[in-house]
Design a binder for this molecule. Structure first.
Ligand SMILES: C[S@@+](CC[C@H](N)C(=O)[O-])C[C@H]1O[C@@H](n2cnc3c(N)ncnc32)[C@H](O)[C@@H]1O
Length: 313
């Protein structure tokens, strides 16, 4: 009896794992060039009409949200000291007319956005779409998504970052609603609300990636898509690198391509709707499209027992 049970479990387990995920190919050079232009044009929408306005907006933000650590030396000087205890501007921002503010994340919002467009993960026109940007820092991704036409809700747990992003997006007139809150404060009212959830540079900073991805899944409409950008592990198979607080930047679990594919499967995305890409800088970019709402495929050990997230959502 015991042998039979073990065999049948193993068969089921193996069936769910095979075949391994394969990375999608690099986009063609022409598609990449076009996508970069699209991303730049989306951001350019938020530049000021005249130099005086650009200077005034930049000065307001510099006064209200000064850098506690220099963006250029952020990772060396401050990233290991408790991220929520200080503020540094996140993404390079171009206010127009040569007025710029550098950020610790430089232009990664543009690079990732362009790559996601070139791969076909991120639609290049988002008019009418409801988008959730998780972990927006000072708002670079949120502005890019709004520049593509979306109505954006941006979630950010860091209080000063959330306030800075709210101020920036309102000063430039972008349709972004800031919510200063952790993704883990899941809101059942957001069930099935979003066409797109953008989770860039966040999942490896989270102690419970499965819960976070299940919340993202639950927030999507059927047919909606989740885009994930993450630090990667290259240990092979379904390993994850655990760095925790020993590494600057509080990096908990960095997945291999295979692990990320399985995480997405295990929170409810249909396997054939998951695309995984190995970025040229050796990080991962993924897109997963939600099918019909489904119950969590396995609730054993789930960190929100008996919550709405276990049921069909
Ligand atoms: C490395 S930054 C990524 C910024 C931007 N999305 C990007 O890709 O460049 C991670 C951001 O996620 C935020 N964050 C981390 N955990 C979060 C959580 N549980 N809920 C909301 N925001 C979170 C951090 O405060 C930080 O601003």
């Amino acid at each position: 009896m015991t042998t039979t049970l073990t065999r049948s479990c193993r068969t089921d387990f193996d069936r769910r794992l095979a075949p391994p995920f394969a990375p999608v190919a690099e986009p063609a050079a022409a598609a990449t060039a076009q996508a970069r232009q699209r991303a730049a044009a989306a951001m350019a929408r938020w530049q000021a009409d005249d130099p005086a306005t650009a200077l005034a907006i930049a000065a307001t933000l510099a006064t209200e949200f000064p850098d506690d650590a220099s963006p250029a030396h952020f990772w060396h000087d401050a990233a290991g000291t408790g991220f929520t205890r200080f503020f540094t501007w996140g993404h390079d921002h171009d206010f127009g007319h040569g007025v710029r503010r550098p950020g610790a994340m430089a232009t990664r919002h543009l690079e990732i956005g362009a790559e996601a467009i070139a791969l076909g993960f991120l639609p290049s026109a988002l008019a009418g779409a409801e988008v959730l940007d998780v972990g927006c820092w000072s708002g670079g991704d949120a502005l890019l998504l709004a520049g593509l036409g979306a109505r954006v809700t941006a979630l950010e747990e860091h209080p000063i970052s959330a306030a800075a992003a709210a101020r920036l997006t309102s000063l430039v007139g972008a349709p972004v609603a800031l919510v200063q809150q952790s993704l883990y404060r899941d809101d059942p009212a957001w069930r099935g609300r979003f066409d797109l959830v953008y989770l860039s540079g966040v999942v490896y900073h989270l102690t419970d990636p499965l819960l976070a991805l299940r919340i993202c899944f639950a927030y999507l409409k059927p047919g909606g898509r989740l885009i994930v950008e993450t630090k990667a592990s290259f240990r092979g198979g379904s390993a994850c690198d655990y760095a925790g607080t020993a590494e600057k930047g509080w990096n908990w679990y960095a997945p291999t391509l295979e692990s990320l594919g399985r995480w997405l499967t295990d929170v409810g995305f249909p396997r054939d709707q998951i695309q995984l890409h190995l970025r040229p800088i050796r990080r991962l970019l993924a897109c997963a499209v939600k099918g019909e709402p489904v119950a969590l495929p396995e609730v054993a050990g789930f960190s929100r027992p008996a919550s709405w997230l276990e049921g069909v959502c």
